[in-house]
Design a protein around this ligand. Structure first.
Ligand SMILES: [Zn+2]
Length: 225
């Protein structure tokens, strides 16, 4: 009887876990198509009060459209910079409203964090974010459920530039170029001078290796994620 019960529970777990794991994979991304030499530069934590015009100029000169994960309260405070990011053709996505860690929060609070950020971006006439990057990259099953309810996708990364650790531009370039693969989603940050310096070199070197640049939204719309 006991063995029978155990077998039934195991069967139930298998049935439950299979589709759930599939679904989780669809609602959480960390890279694009590994067979397409296309990468995404992503910039978190903006807009900042300094360094943004320089970053936007570096991307413009390098002819790269990037994906910006903005913090809602900063997007609100620096509305003009937020609009200029979108006006330059970059993809504007969600990095919560206050940049609090999501893992300890209840479902409703998590949804509110993402909703408030979306509301700010919507109010500036910028397309509603499709992706949410959790601060620090940490998330729980509750975060996944919250994003599923909002029809949003959790967007992580496959290459961490670690530009927030005080690395020099050379170190950032070496780290990114050493780890890049087709379909890579590269994590960088707004407001870091060494990153602004690294962007043109990364763009030039990757193009020389046959890579092109896409935004996350384009990759998603073209079915490459
Ligand atoms: Zn962040």
């Amino acid at each position: 009887m006991r063995a029978c019960l155990t077998a039934l529970i195991a069967l139930f777990l298998c049935i439950e876990r299979g589709p759930l794991e599939d679904e989780r994979a669809r609602w959480r991304i960390a890279s694009g198509n590994p067979f397409v030499k296309e990468v995404v530069l992503t910039f978190d934590d903006g807009p900042r009060d300094r360094g943004m015009p320089e970053l936007l100029a570096a991307l413009r000169e390098a002819d790269v459209k990037a994906t910006f994960f903005l913090v809602g309260k900063f997007a609100e405070r620096y509305a003009d910079i937020t609009k200029s990011i979108a006006d330059e053709g970059h993809d504007v996505e969600n990095h919560t409203y206050t940049h609090d860690r999501l893992s300890p929060l209840w479902l409703e609070k998590i949804m509110r964090q993402a909703e408030r950020c979306n509301e700010v971006i919507d109010s500036l006439g910028i397309p509603t974010p499709r992706f949410m990057r959790p601060p620090g990259g940490g998330f729980t099953f509750t975060v996944f459920r919250a994003m599923r309810r909002m029809n949003m996708v959790i967007a992580l990364w496959s290459v961490n530039s670690a530009d927030y650790t005080g690395k020099s531009a050379d170190e950032i370039v070496r780290g990114v170029l050493g780890n890049v693969r087709p379909g890579a989603i590269i994590l960088m940050h707004s407001g870091v001078p060494a990153t602004v310096e690294a962007v043109p070199v990364i763009a030039r070197e990757l193009r020389a290796r046959g890579y092109s640049f896409a935004t996350l939204r384009d990759m998603w719309n073209e079915g490459k994620i």
